[in-house]
Design a protein around this ligand. Structure first.
Ligand SMILES: Nc1ncnc2c1ncn2[C@@H]1O[C@H](COP(=O)(O)OP(=O)(O)OP(=O)(O)O)[C@@H](O)[C@H]1O
Ligand SMILES: [Mg+2]
Length: 292
C-alpha cells in the first residue's frame, strides 16, 4: 500500500499557513485604514472646534453692540407718553442678547477646555467650594427671587488639579443644584467627598431639587441636552463642559440614577500627594455650614 500521508499533510499545513498570513495581512490593512480614519477624524474635530471658537469669539462684538444700542434706546427721549410697547420691545432685545451671550460663552468654554493648557497644582477643595458658593448663592437668590439657598459641605480634601478648570466645574454643578428647584422652594445642597484606596477622591454634589428624569442620567452630559427645557433657563452645555474638564483632569463624572429626592452628581479626581503638607484625602463626616 503506498504511503501517501506526508504530502497531503504538508500541502495542508502550507495552505493553512497561507491562510493565516493572508488573514494577518488583511487585519494589518484594516488597522492601517482605521488609524488613518482616526487621524482624519481627530483633525476634523480639531478644525470644527477651532471654527466654533472663532465664530463664537467673533459673535461677541456684534452682540455687545446690540446690547449697547438697546440700552441707549431705553434712555432715548421719545416724548411723552412713550410709544406703547416701546420698553417691552427693548426688554425683549436685551433678554435675547443676554441669552445669546451665555450661549456664546458656553460654546467658547466648550471648545477651549479640551485644548487649554493645564496648570496642575494642589488645590484646597474646601476653600474653592466656599469661594464659588459665596459668588453663586447670593447671585442665584438675587436673580431668581427664590429663598436664600442652604448649602453645606464636608471637610473636603486637597486634590491635584487645575484651579480654573475645577472652579468652572463647581460653578456648573452648584449652579445646577441651585437652579433646578421648585418655584418658591429653598435650594438645599450638600458637597461631600470620599477617598478611595487608589489615590482618587470622589466628590458628590447632592441637592433636594426637582431631580433628573428617569433614563436621562447619562444623556444630560451630552451637548445641548436639556431634561427640563421649558421650565428653566439654560443652554444645555454646562454638564458637557464638566465632562470634558473631569476627563482632562484624569477623572470621570456621572449622575447617580438610584438617588431619590433630588439629584446627585459625582466626579473623581486624583488626591494631592500625601507629603505636600495639605489636609490629605481623608474626610471629616461633619457638615460645615457655608451659607444659611
Ligand atoms: N441638579 C440637577 N437637578 C435636576 N436636573 C438637572 C440637574 N443638573 C442638570 N440637570 C438637567 O440636566 C440638563 C443639562 O444640564 P446642563 O448644566 O448641561 O445644562 P443647563 O443647566 O440646561 O444649561 P447651562 O448650559 O446653562 O448649564 C439640564 O437642562 C437639566 O434638565
Ligand atoms: Mg447647567
Amino acid at each position: 500500500m503506498p504511503h501517501n500521508a506526508d504530502p497531503p499533510t504538508a500541502a495542508c499545513s502550507d495552505g493553512a499557513a497561507d491562510d493565516v498570513y493572508a488573514e494577518l495581512e488583511r487585519q494589518r490593512r484594516r488597522n492601517a485604514d482605521l488609524e488613518r480614519t482616526i487621524v482624519q477624524m481627530t483633525r476634523s474635530v480639531r478644525d470644527l472646534e477651532a471654527f466654533s471658537w472663532e465664530i463664537s469669539h467673533d459673535l461677541k462684538a456684534p452682540l455687545m453692540g446690540i446690547s449697547g444700542y438697546a440700552q441707549l434706546l431705553a434712555h432715548l427721549d421719545v416724548g411723552w407718553p412713550r410709544p406703547a410697547e416701546f420698553d417691552e420691545f427693548i426688554a425683549e432685545i436685551t433678554q435675547g442678547a443676554d441669552r445669546m451671550a451665555r450661549l456664546v460663552d458656553d460654546v467658547l468654554a466648550y471648545s477651549t477646555v479640551r485644548g487649554a493648557p493645564l496648570r496642575m497644582t494642589t488645590i484646597d477643595l474646601g476653600a474653592l467650594v466656599d469661594d464659588v458658593v459665596a459668588d453663586r448663592a447670593a447671585e442665584a437668590a438675587l436673580l431668581s427671587g427664590q429663598p436664600t439657598p442652604h448649602i453645606t459641605r464636608d471637610a473636603l480634601p486637597a486634590v491635584h488639579g487645575d484651579h480654573g478648570m475645577l472652579r468652572r466645574l463647581f460653578e456648573n454643578l452648584l449652579g445646577n443644584a441651585l437652579k433646578y428647584v421648585r418655584p418658591g422652594e429653598t435650594a438645599r445642597v450638600h458637597v461631600s467627598a470620599q477617598a478611595d484606596n487608589d489615590g482618587a477622591v470622589r466628590i458628590e454634589v447632592t441637592d433636594a431639587g426637582v431631580g433628573i428624569p428617569e433614563g436621562q442620567h447619562e444623556a444630560i452630559f451630552g451637548e445641548l441636552h436639556r431634561a427640563h427645557p421649558d421650565a428653566y433657563e439654560g443652554t444645555g452645555l454646562g454638564l458637557a463642559i464638566c465632562r470634558r474638564i473631569a476627563q482632562r483632569l484624569g477623572g470621570s463624572i456621572g449622575a447617580d440614577p438610584r438617588f431619590r429626592g433630588g439629584a446627585r452628581v459625582w466626579f473623581t479626581l486624583a488626591a494631592a500627594p500625601a507629603d505636600d503638607g495639605s489636609a490629605g484625602a481623608g474626610t471629616v463626616p461633619v457638615a460645615a455650614e457655608v451659607a444659611a
